[in-house]
Design a protein around this ligand. Structure first.
Ligand code: NDP
Length: 246
């Protein structure tokens, strides 16, 4: 039997990149998925490619807006009748050194990652705790473990996701809801393809496995944390980095 048969999952930022790969793996494992993304057309296109309305739906959602997250989770309940897995994946970067970063760049990144993940976690938890079952997977970053030059905003937000998730894991464990975190390293997506060549090469040099990761290699770890394979895990942080900065 597939690992997520009969389960409904919501994936934020699921129109492309890592979120899209997670949605794809989940559908392959029997889940019905609702993709929430800033870009409704891209989300629609992704849902169609994943198999159409019987298994995948799209909803416009800005994770920084609590009402949008309510509507996204409402779409999962209305369409598929449950909410079993929540993946808080939506993300942006606004890299700049401390000397040049604007307050707006700081606020934008903290808002999308930290407030967005908080919104997704608290809203999903409110539904899951009533049903005494659920798995929440939050996407942090290696940048939140070690701190990266040019990312005081992103590193702060991604480290914050770890603290948020551990606190939530403690609050929700006795309600049957697990909260775990993934810290990807260098994964080949639109976000990293925008990176200057020099920065890419520097990161590559730090990876013992000698290559960047592919989105599906994060997605299969999300599958593990979303499924009963990880039934005794909560508050854990799993690095998916090819051994980089272990
Ligand atoms: P992408 O830029 O490819 O995808 C991110 C998605 O999130 C986009 O579809 C984007 O929509 C969406 N999004 C952005 N802001 C919001 C918002 N406010 N509300 C809803 N959706 C939003 O990035 P990745 O797939 O690379 O990254 C996915 C996650 O993984 C992020 O949290 C990222 O920080 C994390 N990560 C990525 C790593 C990598 O190497 N790629 C490494 C470590 C962590 P739109 O395109 O319309 O803006």
């Amino acid at each position: 039997m597939a690992l997520l048969t009969g389960r409904t999952a919501v994936v934020t930022g699921g129109a492309q990149g890592i979120g899209r790969a997670i949605a794809e793996v989940f559908v392959r494992e029997g889940a019905r998925v609702v993709i929430g993304d800033l870009d409704p057309q891209a989300a629609e296109a992704a849902a169609k490619e994943l198999g159409g309305p019987s298994v995948a739906r799209a909803a416009a959602c800005d994770v920084t807006v609590a009402a949008d997250v309510d509507a996204l989770l409402g779409a999962a309940l209305d369409t598929f009748g449950s909410l079993d897995v929540m993946v808080n994946n939506a993300g942006i970067t606004r890299d700049a050194t401390l000397r040049t970063m604007t307050e707006e760049q700081f606020d934008q990144v903290v808002d999308v990652h930290l407030k967005g993940t908080w919104n997704g976690t608290r809203k999903a938890a409110a539904i899951m705790r009533e049903r005494k079952r659920g798995a929440i997977v939050n996407i942090s970053s290696l940048s939140g473990k070690v701190g990266m030059v040019g990312q005081t905003n992103y590193s702060a937000a991604k480290a914050g996701i770890v603290g948020l998730s551990k606190a939530a894991a403690k609050e929700l464990a006795h309600h049957g809801v697990r909260v775990n975190v993934i810290q990807p390293g260098l994964i080949r997506t639109a976000m990293t393809e925008a990176m200057p060549r020099k920065a890419w090469d520097q990161k590559m040099a730090e990876i013992p496995m000698g290559r960047a990761g592919e989105p599906h290699e994060v997605a299969t770890v999300a599958l593990f944390l979303a499924s009963e394979l990880s039934s005794y895990m909560t508050g854990a942080v799993l690095e998916v980095t090819g051994g980089r900065l272990m």
